[in-house]
Design a protein. Structure first.
Length: 120
């Protein structure tokens, strides 16, 4: 008589374990996709912040189109950004014209289409 409740409990345990494994199997790809999107958003914000720092430097110093050293920007207008996915920022050597990024990311997934940055 005592074996019947244990068998029922064992089946419930296996069913619960199977449900947990299925949930984890479905959740891992979703978590990885979420991280990828989160990293891309953070990188785009970094690119925008670099762009704003270049524009602020230009306004303060009147250096539109002139050479700008990265060391003039880092520390005074911006802390050095790092791409969360491991990409590198390719800094311009002079003030970029409107519609051109001052420091685009080397990760192709973080590239921005021209219509997004046309006013940057």
């Amino acid at each position: 008589m005592k074996s019947a409740p244990n068998a029922k409990r064992s089946k419930l345990l296996y069913a619960g374990l199977a449900l947990l494994i299925l949930t984890a199997a479905a959740g891992v790809p979703l978590a990885l996709k979420w991280k990828e999107g989160n990293d891309r958003a953070a990188c785009i914000m970094n690119q925008r912040n670099v762009q704003q720092a270049y524009r602020a430097y230009s306004c303060v110093n009147g250096t539109i189109g002139e050479p700008v050293d990265k060391s003039e920007i880092i520390g005074k207008y911006l802390n050095e950004p790092h791409c969360p996915s491991g990409g590198t920022y390719l800094w311009c050597s002079k003030m970029p014209p409107l519609g051109t990024l001052a420091a685009p990311c080397s990760d192709p997934k973080h590239a921005l289409p021209p219509e997004v940055i046309k006013d940057w």
